[in-house]
Write a protein that binds this ligand. Sequence first.
Ligand SMILES: Cc1cc2nc3c(=O)[nH]c(=O)nc-3n(C[C@H](O)[C@H](O)[C@H](O)COP(=O)(O)OP(=O)(O)OC[C@H]3O[C@@H](n4cnc5c(N)ncnc54)[C@H](O)[C@@H]3O)c2cc1C
Length: 293
Amino acid sequence: MKEWLTDFTTFRLGGACRELATVSDAQAAADILRGWNAAGVPWRVMGGGSNLLVADAGIPEAVLRVFSALPDCRLDDGLLVASAGTALDELARFAAEEGRSGLGFAAGIPGTVGGGICGNAGAFGSALGDVLTRVEVLTRAGGTKLLPRAALTFGYRASSLPAAGAVVTRAWFRTEPGDRAQLRAEREDVLAMRRTKHPDWRILPTAGSFFKNLPPETAGGPRRAAGKYLEQAGAKSMRAGGAYVFEKHANIVIAGPGTTAADVAELAARMAAAVKERFGFDLEPEVRFWGDV
Ligand SMILES: Cc1cc2nc3c(=O)[nH]c(=O)nc-3n(C[C@H](O)[C@H](O)[C@H](O)COP(=O)(O)OP(=O)(O)OC[C@H]3O[C@@H](n4cnc5c(N)ncnc54)[C@H](O)[C@@H]3O)c2cc1C
């Protein structure tokens, strides 16, 4: 049965997919994939839908939504293990509560562990690929594999997983012992800092930063914030239909009432064009486009 992806993305936009199955464990995911593969149904995988812009006309594929309503995390010999559908923020919270350091940067990042690994989600100079030790994946054919970190490559907001076509079902992270009170305090600081810069996606539909930050000017230096260039190019006063730029952050697009995915795409194109005209370089979207947006 067709399902509206509007209900499953933080932009709350986009049309329907052919069929949607929400799974929280590897066995259920494998069963669904085998059925779809046997019936020749094309499919895609999603997690929390916090990095997606789905076309208004929808997509022809079925969607496997790997998502756990409740966190599924445990400590295993110093490694932190989480199901792919666990909310990334819940993983960060669990680590702090267990007195394990190394995942504090992930506090407050929306989406799931699986989606986070796929896009190498990160903040404050750290990213999931830095602390991942192995993943359990389902191949496109529905078979289970354990992949060590060394079998994967990670870059800035990128990993080799999408190209491999694999579905992440579980992940292991390296952590170090830490002081619980201090880790809790650090977590609160990170969440407070995020609140000052980011919109609450539960209230204002968004997918966070629309464009990737730019490569460093000098080798080993920090990436350059796309928002800085967007702000100087006048992005904060831009809008298209119901889509507008967040007043506190020029790299964040909000889908106001009545916005379509086409509005967001048009606004993003104008933002990128303004930066190109003023500074001469191209911005690369961080948000993934699904369908003919
Ligand atoms: C307010 C806000 C703030 C944000 N801040 C940050 C930030 O600080 N840092 C940051 O990195 N990102 C940030 N984001 C973007 C987003 O939260 C991350 O990219 C997140 O990791 C996406 O995870 P998801 O589960 O929502 O993935 P989705 O959006 O559902 O999917 C994204 C990609 O991952 C793939 N995928 C999803 N699940 C799986 C799986 N189980 N196996 C294989 N592939 C999978 C999908 O096919 C798709 O290609 C922010 C977003 C919002 C709305």
